[in-house]
Design a protein around this ligand. Structure first.
Ligand SMILES: [Zn+2]
Length: 356
C-alpha cells in the first residue's frame, strides 16, 4: 500500500468524534485485504502481531475535532500541495494512524519471529474525553508498555501534563447594597482568592516546568443592587507528574477562602523513566537521547499504569487549526520510526530473556 494513498484515504473519510464508524470499517477491510485480522470493538479496532514476548501497545486515534473556520479549501476533501497533504485530521492524528498501519504491514511481512507482541489499537473519542481507549483497555488484556501516536515531530515525549479542573465557590451573605454592612460580598471574596491563585507557585517538574493554574470562568451575583451571596469560578491546572491531583487540590484549598471541589481529574499527568525498554527503544529509533515533556494531554493519561512514550509524525502546533497538513516525508519517517521502535523493543525483550 502506497503511503500517500493510505493517508489520503484516511483523511477523505470524515471521522469527527462520534462519527468514526466509516473510518473504522475502512481500516478493518484494508487490513483484512493485507492478511491482518483486526477486531472491531464499538468504533475502535485492534490487532496483534507476534506470538510471544512482552506486549507493546501502539495506539493512536481515529477521531478528529470538527473543522474550524479559515480553511482555504474543503477540509474533508484532502489535497496535495507539493509534498504536503492538507485536510482535517491529516496531522492529528491520521498521519500517526497511517504510519502505524504501514509499520504493522512491514512487521507482518517479516518472516523471522518478532520476539515481542505488538498490539495495534486505533480508538474513537480521543478528542472528547478518551471514551475509546477506556472501552478498549479491558478488552486488550495485560500490556507491558505503550506508544501513543500523536504529532510530536518524532520527538520522544516521556512526560505529559495532566489536567485538573477545580470548581470553587465563594459564599457570602446577601444584603441591599445600600446596607452592605449587613452582608458579606461573595464576589469580593472570590476576587481575593483569584489574586492568591495568580501568585500560587507549584514545585516545578524537571522536563515540564511548573504547573499552571488558570481561572477560566467566573459567575456571581443576581441583581445589580444586591450584595452577592455566591460566586463560582473554575480553575484549570495543567498538572505535572511530580505532584498528584490530590496534592494540588490540597495546596489550592489551603490558600482559599472559597470552597474547593474537584470538577474533573481524569487526565492524569504521566511520566516514564528513561531506563524503561520502551523509552530506550523509542530514543534509539528516533536517533536521539533523552526524553522531552509535552503540554498537551492525550490517551496516554489512561495508560498511567504502563511505561509509555508519546511520539509520532507531524507537529502539535498544526493541530485543531485551519489548513492542517502532513508531508509525505514525515509520513514515511513516521512509519520507519514505529517499525524500528517495535523491532528495538522486541530485541531488548529477546536479550533480556536470554540473559535472565
Ligand atoms: Zn491527537
Amino acid at each position: 500500500m502506497a503511503p500517500d494513498v493510505l493517508l489520503e484515504q484516511l483523511v477523505a473519510i470524515p471521522s469527527v468524534s462520534g462519527g468514526e464508524a466509516d473510518l473504522c470499517g475502512h481500516l478493518v477491510a484494508l487490513l483484512a485485504a493485507e492478511g491482518i485480522q483486526a477486531t472491531r470493538h464499538g468504533d475502535n479496532l485492534f490487532f496483534e502481531l507476534g506470538a510471544s514476548g512482552p506486549r507493546l501497545l501502539l495506539v493512536s486515534h481515529l477521531d478528529t475535532v470538527p473543522a474550524c473556520d479559515g480553511w482555504s479549501a474543503d477540509p474533508l476533501k484532502p489535497w496535495w500541495a507539493g509534498d504536503r497533504l492538507f485536510g482535517l485530521g491529516a496531522n492529528d492524528a491520521k498521519g500517526c494512524v497511517a504510519a502505524m498501519v504501514l509499520a504493522a504491514l512491514a512487521l507482518h511481512k517479516r518472516t523471522a519471529p518478532l520476539g515481542a507482541r505488538c498490539v495495534f489499537a486505533f480508538t474513537a473519542g480521543e478528542e472528547v474525553g478518551g471514551k475509546g481507549i477506556q472501552e478498549l483497555l479491558p478488552v486488550l488484556g495485560p500490556l507491558d508498555a505503550a506508544v501513543v501516536g500523536e504529532p510530536t515531530g518524532l520527538t520522544v515525549i516521556t512526560a505529559q501534563r495532566g489536567m485538573l479542573i477545580l470548581r470553587c465557590t465563594a459564599r457570602g451573605t446577601a444584603a441591599h447594597v445600600a446596607h452592605a454592612h449587613l452582608g458579606e460580598n461573595a464576589v469580593h471574596k472570590a476576587a481575593r482568592d483569584i489574586a492568591r491563585l495568580e501568585a500560587l507557585r507549584f514545585e516545578p517538574h524537571l522536563l515540564l516546568g511548573e504547573a499552571r493554574a488558570q481561572v477560566t470562568m467566573v459567575s456571581g451575583g443576581r441583581a445589580k443592587n444586591q450584595v452577592p451571596d455566591t460566586c463560582e469560578f473554575f480553575v484549570d491546572v495543567r498538572s505535572t507528574p511530580n505532584l498528584d491531583h490530590a496534592a494540588i487540590t490540597a495546596q489550592v484549598a489551603a490558600e482559599m477562602e472559597s470552597d474547593v471541589e474537584v470538577y474533573s481529574d481524569r487526565y492524569r499527568p504521566v511520566a516514564t523513566d528513561c531506563s524503561e525498554p520502551v523509552v530506550r527503544a523509542a530514543l534509539a529509533a528516533a536517533g536521539t537521547q533523552g526524553g522531552t515533556g509535552s503540554a498537551t494531554t492525550s490517551d496516554w493519561a489512561y495508560l498511567a499504569h504502563l511505561p509509555a512514550v508519546k511520539a509520532g509524525p507531524g507537529d502539535t502546533h498544526r493541530s485543531h487549526r485551519p489548513d492542517e497538513w502532513l508531508s509525505r516525508s514525515e509520513l514515511r519517517a513516521g512509519a520507519a520510526f514505529y517499525e524500528k521502535l517495535a523491532l528495538n523493543f522486541a530485541m531488548m525483550a529477546y536479550q533480556e530473556a536470554r540473559h535472565g
